[in-house]
Design a protein around this ligand. Structure first.
Ligand code: UD1
Ligand code: CA
Length: 447
C-alpha cells in the first residue's frame, strides 16, 4: 500500500442532540463519513482506516454495508487528535508513501485539495497542513508561518493575544510521509491547556528534528465541520452550491440553479438543461442534451440523450427513459422502460411497463399493475397508439402497431396491428336532452 487515509470519527457529537453517531448524519443523502471516504479514494489513497469510538458499531455497520475494503480501529477514550492517529500506528507502518488525516465530520473537502496536500507532503518529505484564511478565526488552531514555511500550529486555548490575531487557520487536514508520521506522533504529549494529545504538535516536533514543514490553502467553505444541526444545514447548503458550480462548469445549464437540489451521486451530461425547482433523489444519471423541465422529481432512474421530462413529472425507481422520449406533465413512471421516441405526455401512471419505440400513450392512460397482492407487467410494442383515458389491466401484452379506443378498459392481450375497443357502444336518443331539462326547469319554477 502506498497512500493511506486516516479518518477521525471517534467524537461523540453531543451538540447534535441525536442518538445517531455524528458522522452518520447525512448531507445530500449520504452520511458525512461516506463523503469523506469517497473523496479519500478519489484522491488516490489505496487504504482507508476509520477511527471509531462513540457509536462505533453503528458507524462500522453502515460503512461496511457499502465498502468492504475500509478498516476500523477503535479509540476507547478520546484523548485528542494526536492520540487518535497513534491508534492507527500499525496501518501507517504499512503505508510506503503518504498518510493523509481527514475528519469524518468535515464532508466538503475536495478531491483536488487532498491530492495537492499529499503532493506537498511528498515534495517537502515532511508534514503539510491544509489551512484557510478567515476573518473569524475563533477557536481554530492558528498557523504560525514565516513566508511559505509553517513554524507551528497553536491551538486557540494555548495562544498568546498576538497569536490569536493570526487569521490563517488549521482545517485539521494534514498529510505526512507515513514513516515520519509514526515517529512524530509517538513523541506527542498532553502538556497543554486541554490536557489532550494534539496532532498539531507534529509540526514543531518535525522541525526540531530537521524536517521541512509547509502548508497549502483552500477556501474556508471546504473546511466546514459539523457540530450542531445548524452546521449540518449550512454544510448541506454549501454542498448544493458546490454541486451547482461543478455542473455549470461541466456544461449543464440552469436558469435558476439555487432552486435545484442534487443528491450526492447525481450525474448530468453536458448540454442538458435543468429548469427551476427540480429535485434529484438518489441514483439519477442523465445523459447529454436532456431537458428536465420545472417542478420535476426524479430518483433511481436513467434518462437518455435528448429526452424531455416534465414539467411536473415524477420519475420513480427503475425508470429508463430512451433517446428523445418525452414524459409530460403529471406523469408518474415506476419500473418502466420507455424506448426511444416514445411519448407519455399527459396525466398518466406507467408502472412495471415496457413501451416500445415511437409508441404514443394518450392522456390519462393508467397501467393497472397491482391487484392488491401481486404486481403485474404491461408490455407495449413499437408504434402503438393508446387512446386517451385507457386503463391497461396487467398482465397485458399489446403488439406492434396496435391501437386502443379512447376510454377502453383493456383486460385481454391485443395482437399486432389490431384495434381494441373495450367500452359500451354509444346510443343517441333524439331530443331527449332538451325534454329532460325542460321538465326539471318547470319543476323548479313551481317551488
Ligand atoms: C482541531 C485542531 C485545530 C483545527 C480544528 C479544525 C487539534 C489539536 N486541533 O481542533 O487546530 O483548527 O480541528 O476543525 O488537532 N477526534 C477523534 N478522537 C479524538 C479527538 C478528536 O476521533 O480523540 C475527531 C473528532 O471526532 C473530530 C475531529 O477529530 O471529527 C476533530 O476533533 P475536535 O475535537 O473537533 O478538534 P478541534 O478541537 O476542533
Ligand atoms: Ca472541531
Amino acid at each position: 500500500m502506498k497512500n493511506l487515509a486516516l479518518i477521525l470519527a471517534a467524537g461523540k457529537g453531543t451538540r447534535m442532540k441525536s442518538e445517531l453517531p455524528k458522522c452518520l448524519h447525512e448531507v445530500a443523502g449520504a452520511p458525512m463519513v461516506e463523503h469523506v471516504l469517497a473523496t479519500a479514494i478519489a484522491a488516490g489513497t489505496d487504504g482507508q482506516v476509520v477511527i471509531i469510538g462513540h457509536g462505533g458499531d453503528q458507524l462500522k455497520a453502515v460503512i461496511e454495508a457499502n465498502r468492504d475494503e475500509v478498516v476500523f480501529e477503535t479509540q476507547g477514550e478520546q484523548l485528542g487528535t494526536g492520540h487518535a492517529v497513534q491508534i492507527a500506528k500499525a496501518h501507517i507502518d504499512q503505508s510506503e508513501k503518504t498518510t493523509v488525516i481527514l475528519y469524518g465530520d468535515s464532508p466538503l473537502i475536495k478531491e483536488d485539495t487532498v491530492r495537492a496536500l499529499m503532493a506537498k507532503a511528498e515534495e517537502l518529505q515532511g508534514p503539510a497542513v491544509l489551512g484557510f484564511d478567515t476573518p473569524n478565526p475563533g477557536k481554530y488552531g492558528r498557523l504560525l508561518t514565516q513566508g511559505d514555511e509553517l513554524i507551528a500550529i497553536r491551538e486557540a486555548k494555548d495562544a498568546t493575544a498576538e497569536e490569536l490575531n493570526v487569521t490563517l487557520c488549521n482545517s485539521g487536514v494534514i498529510a505526512c510521509p507515513s514513516a515520519l508520521l509514526n515517529t512524530l506522533v509517538a513523541q506527542i504529549n498532553n502538556n497543554n491547556a486541554s490536557g489532550e494529545y494534539y496532532l498539531t504538535d507534529i509540526i514543531e516536533l518535525a522541525r526540531a528534528d530537521g524536517h521541512k514543514t509547509g502548508f497549502i490553502l483552500c477556501e474556508e467553505a471546504e473546511t466546514q465541520g459539523v457540530n450542531t444541526p445548524a452546521d449540518l444545514r449550512s454544510v448541506s447548503a454549501e454542498f448544493q452550491n458546490m454541486k451547482r458550480e461543478e455542473f455549470l462548469s461541466q456544461g449543464v445549464k440552469m436558469w435558476n440553479a439555487e432552486s435545484v437540489y442534487f443528491h450526492h451521486d447525481t450525474q448530468i451530461g453536458a448540454g442538458s438543461l435543468i429548469e427551476p425547482n427540480v429535485v434529484f433523489g438518489p441514483k439519477v444519471t442523465i445523459e447529454n442534451n436532456v431537458q428536465i423541465r420545472a417542478f420535476s422529481h426524479l430518483e433511481d432512474c436513467h434518462i437518455c440523450e435528448n429526452a424531455q421530462i416534465g414539467p411536473y413529472a415524477r420519475i420513480r425507481p427503475g425508470s429508463e427513459i430512451g433517446d428523445g422520449a418525452r414524459i409530460g406533465n403529471f406523469v408518474e413512471t415506476k419500473n418502466a422502460q420507455i424506448a426511444k421516441g416514445a411519448k407519455v405526455n399527459h396525466l398518466s401512471y406507467i408502472g412495471d411497463t415496457e413501451i416500445g419505440e415511437n409508441s404514443n400513450i394518450g392522456a390519462g392512460t393508467i397501467t393497472c399493475n397491482y391487484d392488491g397482492v401481486f404486481k403485474h407487467k404491461t408490455k407495449i410494442g413499437q408504434r402503438v397508439f393508446i387512446g386517451s383515458n385507457s386503463s391497461l389491466v396487467a398482465p397485458l401484452e399489446i403488439g406492434d402497431d396496435a391501437m386502443t379506443g379512447s376510454g377502453s378498459v383493456i383486460t385481454e392481450n391485443i395482437p399486432a396491428s389490431d384495434l381494441a375497443i373495450a367500452r359500451s357502444k354509444q346510443v343517441n336518443k333524439a331530443g331527449l336532452a332538451k325534454k329532460f331539462m325542460d321538465r326539471l326547469r318547470a319543476l323548479k319554477s313551481k317551488q
